[in-house]
Write a new protein. Structure first.
Length: 403
């Protein structure tokens, strides 16, 4: 009997899912051998040094596909089908009847295939849900709710979820959503993402001017760092930022993504002030760029309730920075903010409240901002360290393997 972990992204990838799944595998490997089926190392291919064995207890079986542009929707879908097919072939060849599978929802189509293969081969599997498919395609504008195509995919997806032996979700809001998709007897556990609290921490009096090589004197620095994609809603936020027209507020955007060129063009054509773009930075840089701001910005477009929890929020809190969250009412991050007073949470419908908040921020608010940041770090230390979260995963997944 073998334990298999199935994920598109894995070591040496540093993007969120790859990093999380690698650390989960390493934790489980302390107790039992883990076999991994994953996709190519594309995101960090320039530093790819992975062998087929990264430890005595983790063995990697990696598929190869052409390097297609993920920012092109057609090529992204084509890539997903190719990846699903090739990973499915490896599952069919390698996974035996009595084996156990830990499957993350990336690539999205793979859990359809795994549920079909379960009927053929008889293995058991857990799904770790990072994104709820196909509901996550609606806010992204890829599918329309109540369309025939969406209803068909949702029907098949719900059947696939119900064939799993257990589900793990990353937030209470996601659990509320998933409960409506599966039978009442389905076991659903909440295990949140974690913060890299050992390597990311508050640096007193960090000099943002030197780090950015720019003059942000007498300004509150609001920072967005991460994927500039379709579900973040940054275009909407830039319009609110423009209306606030606060000369004491600077917005720093760090990252790459499908909408970056559109946003940079928008800044030029609409002559938006105090907005600064920087290229994506590596994971090892997080300690510094997260300290090079006063407030971390986390946004999700309307309709994303329960569909995903931005993992970057945990490291923002680890750096001792409060969060400005804009998204659906009751979303996981907004609950953290309200629970310990670690930032500000608004719904997109509260447009004027957001504008007023942005308009009134000044350096006079620094102590209030700093205190909220302290609350954020305290919550991390109590609830979201890597050791706390990985121990939860180890308890669930090792016991699943032994059942």
């Amino acid at each position: 009997m073998k334990l298999w972990l199935i994920s598109e992204l894995f070591y040496p990838e540093e993007v969120s899912t790859g990093y999380v799944m690698t650390k989960i595998a390493e934790k489980i490997a302390e107790k039992t051998e883990v076999n991994v089926i994953c996709g190519p190392a594309e995101y960090e291919s320039d530093v790819f040094k992975a062998s087929y064995i990264i430890s005595d207890s983790i063995k990697i079986h990696r598929v190869k596909i052409p390097n297609l542009n993920k920012n092109n929707l057609f090529l992204r879908v084509l890539r997903m089908f190719m990846l699903t097919f090739k990973m499915g072939i490896k599952i069919l060849l390698y996974v035996k009847k009595d084996d156990k599978i830990i499957l993350v929802t990336n690539p999205a189509l793979l859990f359809f295939l795994v549920s079909f293969l379960k009927k053929i081969k008889g293995f058991k599997y857990i799904i770790i849900i990072h994104d709820v498919f196909p509901e996550n395609l609606i806010p992204a504008g890829i599918l329309k709710k109540h369309s025939f195509l969406y209803n068909t995919i949702a029907y098949v997806a719900n059947a696939a979820y119900n064939l799993a032996d257990q589900l793990i979700v990353v937030g209470s809001d996601m659990k509320n959503l998933v409960c409506c998709k599966v039978k009442k007897s389905m076991r659903i556990d909440v295990i949140q993402n974690w913060a890299d609290a050992e390597n990311i921490y508050p640096i007193i009096d960090f000099n943002a001017n030197d780090y950015y090589n720019n003059d942000f004197s007498n300004k509150i620095i609001l920072q967005f760092a991460g994927n500039i994609g379709r579900v973040q809603g940054l275009e909407n936020f830039l319009r609110l930022f423009k209306e606030a027209d606060n000369p004491e507020l600077a917005l720093v955007i760090i990252g790459e993504g499908a909408l970056k060129s559109k946003l940079t063009a928008m800044i030029k054509t609409e002559n938006l002030k105090n907005i600064f773009f920087y290229s994506a930075k590596s994971r090892v840089e997080q300690l510094y760029f997260l300290n090079a701001c006063d407030i971390g910005l986390v946004t999700l477009i309307a309709g994303m309730y329960g569909l995903g929890v931005p993992s970057k929020a945990y490291n923002i809190m680890a750096a001792g920075k409060p969060i400005l969250f804009i998204g659906d009412e009751g979303a996981e991050i907004s609950l953290y903010i309200k629970e310990v007073d670690s930032g500000w949470a608004f719904a997109w419908e509260e447009k004027q409240k957001v504008i007023d908040f942005l308009s009134n921020l000044t350096r006079n608010d620094y102590e209030r901002i700093k205190n909220k940041g302290k609350n954020a770090r305290a919550m991390v230390d109590e609830c979201f360290t890597k050791e706390i979260i990985l121990s939860k995963y180890a308890k669930e997944l090792v016991s699943f393997n032994l059942d």
